[in-house]
Design a protein around this ligand. Structure first.
Ligand code: ADP
Length: 490
């Protein structure tokens, strides 16, 4: 059909079709009959052209002024900001989160661009005393070179922004491969940066599949660093590839995030944050709450409240302002989550409700699943251990703080963890003992602000952090300079 919009790659400052001419369709997860657009189905030839362009552009961009780079990011933020309503809507159509969340995420991307416009202007080194009082001894952080940015579909504009903005701010050039399920948001972000005046080749967008675009990108020796957010399985592959060729790698992977609810907590506050943490974005956040570890004395009463609140969630078209939860990203994901719920039920986990594919005309057209609640979950069971990446919450009763913390830590992940309590000492003990890169007291596991480090412990990341000042660590390398002057002639 001719009215389906066509979107292209952005390589060397030009919007161009895949070299092979191949295209891929992107569909609305709320209505699989609706095609959002046709995008370049790129392959190794397009990746090569993009890396060529990024390597060429690096020769000048990397040596240029940080203030000039800051100005471009600032301008891109202003351009993106002027488009928040449209892009937020496109995000919801493309990804399936509610319009409020789509607009919120686009606003976050604007904040991130602006933050890194400021960060680019911060000091990029340190001055040290030397053994020799005549020596000027200092460090300077220099860019790495061409960076590969590989992003998932669940935050289709914020995650690309929080990787691309620091990469560019600190003088790198970028080849960006977005998730094949959300290429439109990627196009919109790149448009804003291109219109803001990025020189040709500094940022290149190549859309397409993991095998045909991601794989050649991470195997290209000229791509000195890769920042990746996605599954632990793919993260493991990238470790091997990048390790073998000595590239720098940043991984943000999964989570199995706990929210501990103690008996002294404000239970209304805890209820709101546990439900939001578990169900917003249809549970498809790496920081989503998937385990509510509840003091046994209040577990039944709290589960009852959770059931009431979750049962009242209105699931439907994310563009409808009354909708509180949209679809999963696609039918494959919806079938997978429904399958996991069925397996947990068969394994005897106490199922309160939910997890089935939804019926009815409108919902059958999309990847809709009912939000699910389980209780008395065995912490060592599959439901207690594995990331389901969907709207599924399991309640695990625990006897007091020590047991709750032990259960919270008893998983291979360590991204985010919450506790609900009124007691300051308890909160501080939890903050010390939680094996998580992000700790919340009396707020949901999914909250993350752009000016502070973001990342997980254990299997959730690669010991590096994103966002805030931490991003400079990944996207630069240190040079130490000793300056001794020749003897001054008398
Ligand atoms: P998700 O499906 O949650 O986005 P994935 O880990 O499957 O998580 O994918 C995250 C991103 O990594 C996507 O852009 C995907 O296309 C890309 N990707 C997947 N496999 C590879 C791979 N082997 N090499 C490079 N990129 C990959």
């Amino acid at each position: 059909m001719s009215d389906i919009p066509v979107f292209r790659n952005y390589i060397a400052g030009e919007w161009k079709a895949a070299a092979s001419g191949a295209v891929m369709e992107n569909r609305n997860p709320s209505n699989r009959d609706e095609i959002i657009g046709r995008f370049a189905a790129s392959d190794a030839e397009d990746v090569k052209q993009a890396v060529d362009a990024a390597a060429e552009a690096y020769k000048t961009w990397g040596k240029g002024s940080a203030i000039a780079r800051a100005n471009i990011l600032h301008k891109a933020a202003t351009i993106l900001e002027s488009r928040i309503p449209e892009i937020g809507r496109e995000l919801s159509r493309e990804e399936g989160k509610t319009l409020k969340e789509g607009i919120g995420e686009t606003t976050r991307a604007v904040q991130i661009l602006r933050y890194y416009a400021g960060e680019a202007q911060q000091p990029s080194g340190e001055h040290y005393p030397s053994m020799n009082p005549a020596t000027l001894l200092y460090t300077v952080r220099e860019p790495l070179g061409v960076c590969g940015i590989i992003t998932p579909w669940n935050f289709p504009i914020a995650i690309p922004a929080w990787k691309i903005a620091p990469a560019l701010a600190f003088g790198n050039t970028v080849v960006f491969k977005p998730a094949s399920l959300t290429p439109l948001c990627a196009v919109r972000l790149v448009e804003a940066l291109a219109e803001a005046g990025l020189p040709a080749g500094v940022l290149n967008l190549v859309t397409g599949s993991a095998g045909k675009v991601g794989d050649p990108l991470v195997k290209d020796d000229r791509v000195v660093a890769v920042s990746f957010t996605g599954s632990n399985e793919v993260g493991g592959e990238l470790r091997k590839t990048m390790g073998a060729r000595g590239g720098k790698l940043q991984l943000e992977l999964g989570g199995k995030n706990p929210a501990i609810v103690l008996a002294d907590a404000d239970l209304d506050q805890a209820l709101m944050h546990v439900v939001n943490g578990a169900m917003m974005s249809t549970g498809q956040k790496c920081t989503a709450t998937s385990r509510a570890i509840v003091d046994r004395r209040i577990a039944d009463a709290f589960t009852e409240k959770l059931a009431q609140r979750i049962a009242s969630i209105r699931v439907g078209d994310p563009l409808d302002p009354d909708t509180q939860m949209g679809p999963l990203i696609d039918d494959k994901a919806a079938d997978r989550v429904a399958g996991e719920v069925k397996t947990a039920k068969e394994q005897g986990v106490t199922h309160v409700f939910g997890g089935e594919r939804l019926s009815g005309e409108e919902r059958e057209r999309g990847a809709f699943v009912a939000p699910a609640l389980f209780t008395n979950v065995d912490p060592s069971s599959r439901l207690g251990q594995e990331e389901l990446f969907g709207p599924v919450l399991g309640v695990i009763p625990a006897d007091g703080l020590d047991e709750a913390v032990a259960i919270a830590n008893q998983v291979r992940f360590g991204l985010s963890a919450s506790i609900f309590t009124r007691d300051l000492a308890t909160a501080l003990i939890f903050a010390q003992q939680a094996e998580a890169g992000i700790v919340h007291v009396n707020s949901e596991t999914a909250g993350a602000e752009p000016q502070v480090p973001f990342g997980g412990m254990k299997g959730s990341s690669s010991y590096s952090r994103e966002q805030g000042k931490a991003a400079r660590e990944f996207f630069t390398q240190t040079k130490t300079v000793y300056i001794d002057l020749p003897p001054v002639a008398k």
